[in-house]
Design a protein around this ligand. Structure first.
Ligand SMILES: *Cc1c(COP(=O)(O)O)cnc(C)c1O
Length: 411
């Protein structure tokens, strides 16, 4: 008899984006002529850049000939890609990594969701609130999150990110074993300064905490003083694992490629407290057992992002999205909204007017202006009273959405 993993049964049944789709469909059925503009999607829309497409075509040709065909590659990723990562993403920021500290993957969701396998199920957990749901759900699945009480998990320390603290979470006043941080942040679009990040690294060094740092939106940073990697902070190599993704950097949501950095100095302790174990070694062992590598074609595509043309072309796409963000930021401000993010991230975190709740405002925008946003409360209790706008759409749609919003406000 196979007994089910009962922790899966604790997961909340309703998935945020399915709920949104249902409401949008109901509106469309009742109003078949309406043109609904989606500012809700967290997916890119621009096509892959020419440098990437050329590299992929060439990789397909490689696969077509006996002499250049590639079967299984190294589980950790091809060395030429890991060397390009070390050289382009870290060295210019004064960070020295060895390619053996980089693990190429099929995107950051897999590794942020699976990394918890390396540590015991009964470690305590800290998350910023609101958050990317993967960090919590993956811990619910192995029982680490505890039980749900009044909308919060018993073994999770929630660190609210609110207007009142400038969306900078307060460091816990007690010891937490592992902490998830995501900067630039999804969903709030806010960032962390070096000074603030330093406090987290020092907390982790003092309390022997493992930091899981999601840098998926690093490429969207425009302000020079904002850190792109936690390893810019001294001591971080001892306490932090960092996740990167080409999904938002280069539109790879459908290609699938990213990487995880696990420095050699990073360790966790055995339960008897006698030995420290390198997590790099454990993750390598894990990947060799459960992962057979990212496809050769995807890795060649990723390598092309680091060519001079690739860099220029991907930057132009990011600039396009950030142009949308700026346009919407200015328009929303002008209409009197309180708006956060949008400067170093493709997300705008917008306070609902008159204290209306997230879902109510979502419906007002849908029915009043045919605009779809994402209700902030869907990302955690501290997201209540906010909605998220994304800048991944077409410029013209962003403009029209802002015009509709202005008209709706006047009515
Ligand atoms: C989009 C996103 C990712 C990237 O996921 P992939 O699996 O690489 O596509 C990771 N973290 C956050 C917070 C994201 O929003």
């Amino acid at each position: 008899m196979a007994l089910v993993n009962e922790h899966y049964l604790k997961l909340q049944k309703n998935y945020l984006f399915a709920d949104i789709a249902k409401k949008v469909n109901a509106y469309k059925v009742a109003n078949p002529k309406a043109r609904v503009i989606s500012l809700g999607i967290g997916d890119v829309t621009r096509p892959l850049v020419p440098a990437v497409i050329d590299a992929m075509h060439k990789a397909v040709d490689d696969m077509a000939h006996k002499e250049t065909f590639h079967g299984y590659g190294p589980e950790q990723g091809y060395l030429w890609l890991r060397e390009a990562i070390v050289k382009n993403d870290f060295l210019p920021r004064g960070i020295r990594l060895d390619p053996s500290e980089v693990f190429v993957n099929d995107g950051a969701k897999s590794d942020t969701g699976n990394i918890g396998e390396l540590v015991r199920w009964d470690n305590s957990l800290g998350v910023t609130d609101p958050i990317y749901p993967v960090y919590i759900d993956s811990n619910v699945m192995c029982g680490r999150a505890g039980v749900l009480e009044n909308g919060k998990w018993s073994n999770v320390t929630y660190m609210p990110c609110l207007e009142t603290n400038d969306f900078v979470p307060q460091i816990p006043d007690h010891r937490v074993d592992m902490i998830y941080l995501c900067y630039p942040n999804n969903p709030t679009g806010t960032v962390i300064t070096k000074e603030e990040l330093k406090k987290w690294v020092n907390y982790a060094l003092k309390n022997d905490t493992l930091i899981l740092y999601d840098a998926a939106y690093e490429a969207y940073i425009t302000e020079p003083h904002i850190p792109h990697s936690i390893y810019e902070i001294k001591g971080a190599r001892k306490v932090a694992i960092e996740f990167h993704s080409y999904s938002k950097t280069a539109g790879f949501t459908g290609v699938r490629c990213g990487y995880t950095v696990i420095p050699k100095e990073l360790t966790a302790v055995t339960i008897d407290g006698k030995e420290r174990i390198a997590l790099n070694t454990l993750w390598f062992r894990r990947q060799c057992t459960k992962f057979n590598g990212t496809s050769y074609i995807s890795q060649r595509a990723a390598e092309a992002i680091y060519s001079p043309e690739g860099k220029e072309q991907t930057k132009a796409v990011i600039d396009y999205y950030m142009g949308n963000a700026r346009l919407m930021y200015d328009a929303l401000k002008k209409l009197g909204f309180r708006v956060y993010g949008g400067v170093n991230a493709p997300y705008l975190w917008v306070k609902t007017p008159d204290g209306v709740d997230s879902w109510k405002f979502f419906e007002q925008l849908l029915y009043g202006a045919q605009i779809v946003c994402t209700p902030g409360v869907g990302f955690g209790p501290s997201g209540e009273g906010f909605v998220r706008f994304t800048s991944f759409g077409e410029r013209e749609d962003c403009k029209e959405a802002m015009q509709r919003l202005a008209k709706w406000m006047k009515a």
